[in-house]
Design a protein around this ligand. Structure first.
Ligand SMILES: NC(=O)c1ccc[n+]([C@@H]2O[C@H](COP(=O)([O-])OP(=O)(O)OC[C@H]3O[C@@H](n4cnc5c(N)ncnc54)[C@H](O)[C@@H]3O)[C@@H](O)[C@H]2O)c1
Length: 398
């Protein structure tokens, strides 16, 4: 509920670097009457928006969707139709939407390359923001969002890596961090698809397949590592579709990447398209000294290293600790939206599971992977070792 006065001030000054937050926008962290609905605006009415919009209508009764914005007028009309119940106003310019509407929160569902250009002004206007993953497609743009989010004290910036809100993944993480399985040794994962793209996707839009997709899984494994970044990465990538324009222009379709943390822990990951349907799965395994956790299926397997457990039949060494998510990539999406709206009602005081610090590590890990697989100067796939500092991020915390 930022006032129109401060919104106008923001619109006039944000290009020069001043912000509504700095100007003391009154919407930030205000108390919310229990029966008042949270007023939401949406930017980017494309494919993913359809999933989020449906879940918001069905599962978040405390929210009302009062504004939709897209650069494409037909998409604005689609947004208005889907949110018919809430009679939203439509916009093709986010700055006009921010000025005209009294929004409590904005959800950003633009393409990966168009996140920072939207998220930064939203945060500078002092409006709570949920934005889809990855944070963006380059280190510079990830840093831009990181700086804006850290500066916007009391303003929520939540990122759409939904596994951080998925009950089975949360239960698995509690098990791993609880320590009963001992130290984490190795993480292993994959996202394999039967999908056969007819045309290669553009790096300028997505940052590469690893960035667009694997950020969900780098997010889970950096969560296992308590949001500490890895130090080293090696990767090999390739494409099935001939692309004379090279990997600087077109996405890879297959990659194998390994990251290592300072304590020696390894995350070994493959991201493969073009497989037979049988192999289309998501796997996220965390191997500890005393057992392994299968996060994508909610199962813990205790190791039978010692004499006592070695004699036990295999079944007894297995524990279904949570409902089996069956590798469902959508798990946690309804919960992340509920958490965003509940946090707005709480004045931004609740912990944010998928926050700026976790989001930047997940995205930077993927950029690190692509940097290790692609020699940009030669515009060729060429594996090498990359260190965290090679990213050149200006937002690393000491
Ligand atoms: N969390 C998940 O599981 C999940 C699943 C799918 C996609 N995503 C993410 O959702 C995001 C959107 O992907 P998509 O496939 O829906 O993209 P899309 O291309 O279908 O839609 C993006 C829309 O944003 C609009 N847009 C771009 N810049 C804009 C601006 N400045 N102002 C207003 N509108 C603008 C475009 O016109 C387009 O309609 C991506 O970041 C993607 O990675 C997340």
């Amino acid at each position: 509920m930022t006032s129109n006065l401060s919104r106008r001030a923001f619109l006039k000054t944000s290009a020069l670097g001043a912000s509504a937050v700095a100007l003391g926008a009154p919407g930030v962290a205000r108390g919310f009457p229990a029966n008042e609905k949270v007023k939401l605006g949406w930017i980017g009415i494309g494919g993913r928006w359809g999933n989020l919009a449906e879940l918001m209508i069905k599962h978040v009764p405390d929210a009302v969707n009062v504004a939709v914005c897209d650069l494409i007028p037909d998409r604005v009309e689609r947004g208005k139709k889907v949110f018919e119940r809430d009679k939203p106003n439509g916009y093709t310019d986010l700055r006009v939407m921010i000025e005209k509407e009294k929004l409590d929160g904005i959800l950003v569902v633009t393409e990966p390359c168009n996140h920072s250009v939207v998220v930064v002004p939203v945060l500078e206007a002092g409006i709570h923001c949920f934005a889809e993953k990855p944070m963006d497609t380059t280190v510079e743009k990830v840093d831009a969002i990181t700086k804006a989010a850290r500066k916007a004290k009391g303003v929520i910036y939540q990122i759409g890596t939904q596994r951080r809100y998925s009950p089975p993944h949360l239960a698995g993480m509690e098990l791993i961090h609880g320590g009963t399985l001992g130290k984490v040794m190795l993480m292993q994962g994959h996202w394999h698809w039967a999908h056969r793209p007819q045309v290669p996707r553009m790096v300028a839009r997505d940052g590469g397949m690893l960035v667009e997709q694997a950020c969900h899984h780098t997010d889970v494994m950096s969560w296992v590592m308590r949001d500490k970044p890895p130090i080293t990465c090696v990767a090999i990538a390739r494409t099935e579709i001939p692309t004379p324009e090279g990997p600087n222009v077109h996405n890879e379709q297959q990659s194998a990447t390994i990251w290592q943390w300072p304590g020696g822990e390894i995350f070994s990951y493959t991201h493969l398209l073009w497989l037979a349907r049988h192999f289309q799965t998501e796997q996220l395994h965390v191997h500890c000294q005393k057992g392994g956790v299968d996060l994508a299926h909610g199962v813990m397997h205790r190791a039978d290293h010692d004499a006592k457990t070695a004699a036990a039949p295999q079944e007894e060494l297995k524990d279904q600790f949570a409902d089996d998510p069956r590798g469902d990539w959508g798990m946690g999406t309804k919960e992340e939206l509920q958490a965003f709206v509940a946090n707005i009602k709480a004045g931004g005081k609740q912990p944010i599971n998928a926050n700026v610090e976790s989001g930047r590590i997940a995205t930077l890990m993927c950029l690190m992977g692509r940097m290790a697989a692609v020699n940009a100067a030669k515009n060729a796939y060429e594996p090498r070792v990359v260190h965290w500092k090679d990213l050149g991020s200006t937002t690393d915390l000491a």
